[in-house]
Ligand binder design. Structure first.
Ligand code: PHE
Length: 347
């Protein structure tokens, strides 16, 4: 066989070679790459050919050598086992299942938010969101907060940047999203806006520096306080069960007129009196009212043509009522033993 023929044959052999063990890789090395191996052998033979043939074969032979070496370089580490596990590698049963890993669970606040969102979605409300870092205009001024209103105070608000006429702060409520929504389009608006809000409070069982709200907004021609009451009454029946009573108490918010707070009959003692309702039989769950015409005007909505209502509720508060959780801090500690208690359906 000529050198050229041998090279052709071995090239084919190397190209078709697939090792299955370290031993096969070693056999390959012994066959092709050692001092008495095929590659060296071919170079020996090459010395004896005519100088004319050398010109033709030199390049081919070098390429073959590179191929043989490259194939070895590719495969030599494939089956190598690290020193410490090599000893018992034979006893390892690779068909055994791997160690399990624990998955988390949906957070009770997410579960309750989802429940609330689903109820309003069925009434035709869409879900909208806004930024947590907000400017003074959307968080306060457009919402009709007077210049000296205590809610603007440093005590309550986390300011990020003082800025001429439009400070930047962490939003203190989701009502800022109402303004963004109204600025961005034309009525009718029917939306709920869930999100995280921040207030500068000392952390305790009853207060936290952040919590979650769901805002509701409905603006159209001829929307009345009766629509507000009926919508929220329906919501309460869906969330807490048929027969839950509601009552509205007059209240004040700068951005609604008239304003109210809504109580429901205590879900724990059913009105008989307990710790949760401080023996009154009622618990407050949200603030609401008819959107103040000033807010509509600030958001470029024609206040002569359109009216509407808004409401805002704390998700923590509703979750506390549903699950009788007494300490707000549990919600942000991420203790899986706490979190696992709430999910009933599987993801
Ligand atoms: N933004 C109010 C709060 O945080 C709640 C509210 C929303 C009241 C909408 C009325 C209308 O307390």
């Amino acid at each position: 066989m000529s050198i050229q023929e041998k090279i052709n044959q071995y090239t084919e052999e190397i190209n078709n070679w697939t090792p299955h063990s370290q031993q096969e890789v070693e056999n390959y090395r012994l066959k092709f790459l050692v001092a008495k191996g095929i590659v060296k052998g071919l170079f020996e033979e090459f010395k004896n050919v005519s100088s004319e043939e050398k010109r033709l074969l030199g390049k081919v032979l070098n390429e073959f050598k590179q191929l043989a070496e490259a194939r070895y370089a590719e495969t030599k580490d494939l089956f190598e086992v690290s020193a410490d596990s090599s000893k018992d590698s034979k006893e390892q049963d690779l068909t055994l299942p791997g160690p399990g890993f624990e998955i988390g669970t949906r957070h009770p606040l997410s579960l309750v938010r989802k429940e609330i969102v689903e109820i309003f979605k069925k009434l035709g409300f869409i879900v909208a969101e806004g930024p947590e870092i907000e400017d003074d205009w959307h968080n306060f001024t457009a919402l009709n907060f007077p210049e000296e209103h205590p809610a603007r105070d440093m005590q309550d608000t986390f300011f990020i940047r003082k800025q001429e006429g439009n400070d930047i702060a962490l939003r203190t409520h989701t009502s800022s999203v109402q303004v963004r929504m109204m600025e961005s389009g034309t009525p009718p608006f029917r939306a709920i806006m869930p999100g995280r809000v921040y207030r500068n409070e000392a952390i305790s069982a009853r207060a936290h520096c952040f919590f979650h709200q769901i805002e509701g907004l409905y603006i159209d021609e001829g929307v009345s306080f009766a629509d507000l009451k009926q919508t929220l009454y329906h919501f309460v029946q869906e969330l807490f069960g048929e027969g839950t009573k509601v009552r509205f108490r007059p209240s004040y918010f700068p951005f609604t007129e008239p304003s109210a707070e809504m109580d429901i009959s205590c879900t724990i003692c059913k009105g008989a009196g307990c710790n949760m309702c401080k023996y009154t039989g009622w618990v407050e769950i949200l603030g609401c009212g008819m959107v103040d015409p000033n807010v509509l005007t600030n958001s470029k909505i024609d206040a002569k043509k359109y009216t509407g209502f808004a409401f805002g509720m704390g998700i923590e508060r509703i979750t506390n009522l549903k699950y009788e959780i007494k300490d707000l801090r549990l919600f942000s500690e991420n203790d899986i033993r706490f979190l696992r208690q709430f999910e009933t359906e599987t993801i």
